[in-house]
Design a protein. Structure first.
Length: 156
């Protein structure tokens, strides 16, 4: 899905009750929070350290908080007028409170201040709440992908 930063600015309020932090590199705390919110095993920690450190120089890792608790995370990379949005995750406890919308605004502000006028992201079509939010913010689908899954014979 793609949207202009301007569309996101038009469709979101300025700062709300959420606190936020934008850092240039994924630190230990950000990575651990990301793995935890995704429900992954900490066995993935070293792989994520490697992946996130290999991303080009114009990147940011965002944490949004409510009352001191991490409400959500995302990362953004700017290149050639575009900002890619990745790793968006909102803590289930903080969903339906505007955290994701505020997170997207922060990402758009960072993108615009780093030379990107347009944003793109990928979302699983079955994630109806996320798709709905992105459409509300001005994103529109430009392509669809699917995965082929080999079904094993269960012998029945």
């Amino acid at each position: 899905m793609t949207a202009s930063c301007e569309h996101i600015f038009e469709r979101t309020a300025g700062r709300s009750g959420f606190e936020y932090e934008v850092i240039p590199d994924a630190d230990d705390r950000w990575i651990r929070n990301f793995i935890s919110l995704e429900g992954f095993s900490m066995d993935r920690y070293r792989a994520y350290v490697h992946i996130f450190s290999a991303i080009g120089p114009r990147k940011a890792f965002v944490t949004i908080k409510e009352n001191g608790e991490t409400a959500g995370l995302a990362s953004v990379v700017a290149e050639r007028g575009w900002a890619g949005i990745f790793n968006v995750v909102i803590d289930p406890v903080h969903r339906r409170k505007g955290a994701a919308q505020q997170l997207m605004r922060i990402l758009a502000e960072w993108a615009a201040s780093n030379g990107a006028n347009e944003m793109y992201l990928q979302v699983v079509c079955a994630n109806a709440p996320a798709v709905s939010l992105y459409r509300k913010l001005g994103f529109h689908a430009i392509s669809k992908h699917h995965y082929r899954v080999l079904k094993h014979d269960t012998g029945s």
